[in-house]
Design a protein. Structure first.
Length: 394
């Protein structure tokens, strides 16, 4: 999603902002789900070798998927790395692997289970690896919202479009009501498809991705959008406002990307006049509107790879990825857009001890932390996910 062409930069310097950053505050709370069994100690000096040995022993029986926000200690074991769209496709394409070990978060592992065969089992090394945004839309809330839409007489003219960052139950709801899934890398194509099907779209659960795509990319007016707050009666939106809206945005957001501010963008532009500001579309509208480039994690990586040596790039997304890009591009000045440390704490739940434990358990014939979506939910989720995968260009 390009807002304007990246600017170029000619003076190579190290990345002082990144060098200043240490381990620190995390943006989310933990879910407190215990793993069964005994985890290896993080201080075990043989951990790396144990994980390597277990993976080698499993050979082609296991396929490890790693989201870009994973820690370096984990990502080194990934057979494929990617954004959530690429990982969904990769999971669907690995029918020969008995086990898919998903180094990412719960909704991604659920989607992998939905897209893989019955002979395959998906493992999430730590069940506490959830997503606070996905938790912002429960099935009961979404069904209540749909009832409010129906009460306004809009059920037939509205279609749900649901971000990948959602539970399988919400994906299933979407499939049952004629809708599709989208990710940050195909949101525009998906929204265009949705508007071809209906007059109005209910976009779940990330208001920012919905608004950024519709307004910044497709030219809708902010006035075409209303925000449906599941905590308020009727979503806090009158029936008239629902009728007039083209896009009903669910009031959900990512607590990690909510940390990036317009002030910070302006400050970095003052400090580094030739900087290119690159942000994930989960950032707030004002931040995205002030960026030079907006993209999914995979597209952010492509933009950094394509930048010339010496380019100054301020990146607004999760810190594990930004740090990795800074390390991989010592000839570019890769900076983190926030002034403090900002990991996705649930992505960070997957660490080397959990991965080692999951792999060694598989070697011993025990499938731990299996993610399994029930058949009825999977049936309609598959319909919604396959609508996305069938979109032209997907
Ligand atoms: P991507 O689809 O860009 O990988 O994003 C997933 C995500 O959770 C970002 O917060
Ligand atoms: Fe969820 Fe935000 Fe973490 Fe992505 S970065 S997994 S949206 S909490």
């Amino acid at each position: 999603m390009s807002v304007s062409p990246p600017t170029t930069w000619t003076e190579p310097t190290p990345s002082p902002l990144l060098l200043l950053l240490g381990e620190g505050t995390e943006a989310e709370t933990e879910r407190g789900v215990e793993c069964p069994g005994v985890l290896p100690r993080a201080s075990d000096p043989g951990l790396l070798a144990r994980a390597r040995m277990a993976k080698a022993e499993l050979g082609d029986r296991v396929f490890v998927l790693g989201h870009h926000y994973q820690r370096d200690e984990v990502i080194q074991f990934a057979d494929v790395t990617g954004d959530s769209f690429k990982l969904a496709r990769e999971a669907a394409a690995r029918s020969e692997s008995e086990y898919i070990v998903f180094c990412g978060v719960h909704f991604m592992a659920e989607s992998a289970d939905i897209l893989t065969g019955d002979h395959q089992q998906v493992v999430l090394p730590d069940l506490a690896a959830g997503c606070s945004m996905a938790d912002m839309a429960t099935l009961a809330e979404v069904e209540a919202a749909w009832s409010a839409i129906a009460a306004a007489g809009l059920e037939q003219s509205t279609i749900p479009l649901t971000y990948m960052n959602s539970s399988a139950a919400i994906k299933s709801f979407t499939g049952r009501h004629g809708g599709s899934i989208c990710t940050s890398s195909n949101a525009r194509r998906s929204l265009e498809w949705a508007f071809d099907q209906a007059d109005r779209v209910l976009f779940l659960p990330d208001q920012h991705l919905g608004r950024n795509t519709a307004v910044l990319q497709m030219g809708l007016s902010p006035a075409d959008c209303v925000v449906f707050d599941p905590r308020k009666p009727g979503g806090g939106v009158s029936r008239d406002a629902l009728r007039q809206a083209k896009l009903i945005l669910w009031r959900g957001h990512c607590s990690v990307h909510a940390r990036f501010t317009v002030d910070r963008v302006q400050k970095i532009r003052r400090q580094v006049p030739d900087v290119t500001v690159i942000v994930h579309p989960e950032c707030a509208y004002e931040v995205a509107a002030n960026a030079d480039f907006i993209g999914s994690t995979e597209n952010i990586i492509k933009a950094v790879n394509a930048a010339p040596a010496g380019a100054a790039l301020a990146i607004g997304t999760e810190l594990n990825l930004v740090r990795r890009l800074a390390t991989q591009h010592p000839d570019k000045r890769v900076m983190f857009l926030d002034s403090s440390v900002c990991f996705c704490s649930t992505m960070n739940r997957i660490d080397l001890p959990h991965l080692t434990w999951a792999l060694e358990s598989l070697v011993e014939g025990r499938v731990v932390n299996r993610i399994s979506v029930n058949a009825e939910t999977a049936r309609w989720s598959t319909v919604a996910l396959e609508r996305m995968l069938a979109l032209p260009g997907s």
